[in-house]
Design a protein around this ligand. Structure first.
Ligand SMILES: Cc1ncc(COP(=O)(O)O)c(C=O)c1O
Length: 372
């Protein structure tokens, strides 16, 4: 029997987000062991041991509901960033913050501006609310913020900017972001998703968003995550920083108990372990340089990356290389979802994982290049 019940009309054309393939799935499907996942920009060092210790200690509290608004973590983040706790909202991954922003602020037919090849969740989530998504072409694989600003009008509710961007790994400078903030109407939210900011902080002109830009612009929302440099993707914790009035709206519509207690406690400890974050950043920045160099030596084009991943253009379909690498026990990310069928994104691993990837890539690309 087929049902005649229809979802809301804005949901009808939507396709689900395609996550990186899981290690367990590859091991199950191909009967392989020791599979390496370089597909979701996770931290190859794992999490801080201090965060893990807090996680284990808090397991005893699992029979109880957590405090609903994650107050310990919220206060810790406020101290860490030197902002008012009322400016902080904690979410089930930064994905939840993106969702809350769209649910709270996007009315049907509101314009939402994103860059071509910007992190795909922005346009997916805005479209679910009936928003009209306007995509502005990139220039040199980088957000063209000047054209995005010119495109904004009083009809524009949100301009989303991922900085650095996933999947391209490119970034915009503080001057460019400040110019965008100065140009859009006061009624337009600028959402700056800085999931990868740790890996870009040392690059020339990278913005000091918190607290500098945040203090000056009440229409700015900064988004951060514990999934990348902190190595806690499985716990699902992200957060937003914004004017308390904006945060108040997000807080009103989030699910009660949206972040579980062990995750809250682990993140409080993760924030304190700056030595661990430093190690993660060093591993990613050294790794991305050497991976880019070695992959370029194979004759492929690799974009300069400000993240913990590299974006590679191939002479053959990315999905073909993805499947070939799976057979070598390596998972990378094809970019079909972005309409980039001859590109892949590869997360920087440990030096040993990177070497394994490069060996496999050399073998795979030999025959692949000769393919019709
Ligand atoms: C730019 C960007 N923003 C947000 C997210 C979501 O991260 P999470 O929900 O794990 O915090 C990701 C995940 O890859 C990302 O690349």
């Amino acid at each position: 029997m087929t049902t005649t019940i229809q979802p809301r009309r804005f949901l009808r054309g939507l396709t689900p987000y395609i996550p990186g393939k899981a290690i367990a799935a590859v091991e199950r499907e191909l009967g392989l062991k020791a599979v390496v996942k370089l597909a979701s920009n996770e931290n190859p060092l794992g999490p801080s041991p201090k965060a893990m210790a807090a996680l284990r200690r808090s397991l005893a509290d699992c029979p109880l509901y957590p405090e609903s608004s994650s107050p310990e973590l919220r206060d810790a983040l406020a101290r860490f960033h030197k902002v008012d706790p009322a400016s902080v909202i904690v979410g089930n991954g930064s994905d939840e913050i993106i969702r809350l922003l769209c649910e709270a602020f996007v009315e049907q037919d509101d314009e939402i501006i994103v860059s071509q090849y910007a992190f795909i969740r922005f346009k997916q989530q805005a479209a679910m609310m009936g928003g009209k998504v306007i995509e502005v072409p990139m220039v040199d694989w980088t957000h063209d913020l000047r054209t995005m600003a010119k495109t904004a009008s009083l009809r524009t509710k949100i301009v989303f900017v991922a900085n650095p961007n996933n999947p391209t790994g490119t970034y915009n400078t503080e001057d460019e972001i400040a110019e965008l903030l100065g140009a859009v109407p006061f009624s337009t939210l600028v959402v700056l998703d800085e999931a990868y900011h740790h890996f870009a902080a040392a690059l020339p002109g990278f913005p000091r968003t918190v607290p500098r830009l945040l203090e000056r612009h009440p229409n700015l929302v900064a988004i951060r995550t514990f999934s990348k440099a902190y190595g806690l993707a499985g716990l699902r914790v992200g957060y937003g920083l914004a004017d308390p009035e904006l945060v108040g709206w997000l807080d009103r519509i989030r699910m009660p108990f949206n972040v579980n207690l062990p995750a809250q406690r682990a993140c409080v400890e993760a924030l304190k372990d700056s030595a661990f974050v430093k190690r993660s950043v060093a591993l990613a920045s050294n790794g991305r340089e050497s991976l880019a160099r070695e992959i370029r030596a194979l004759g492929l084009e690799v974009l300069d990356s400000a993240g913990n991943f590299v974006f590679v253009h191939l002479p053959v379909p990315g999905r073909q290389v993805f499947h070939a690498l799976l057979k070598h026990g390596i998972i990378i990310r094809p970019m079909d979802e972005y309409g980039l069928v001859k590109s892949v994104r590869i997360t920087v691993g440990t030096p040993a994982q990177n070497r394994r990837l490069l060996d496999a890539l050399r073998r795979v690309l030999g025959p692949a290049r000769n393919a019709p």
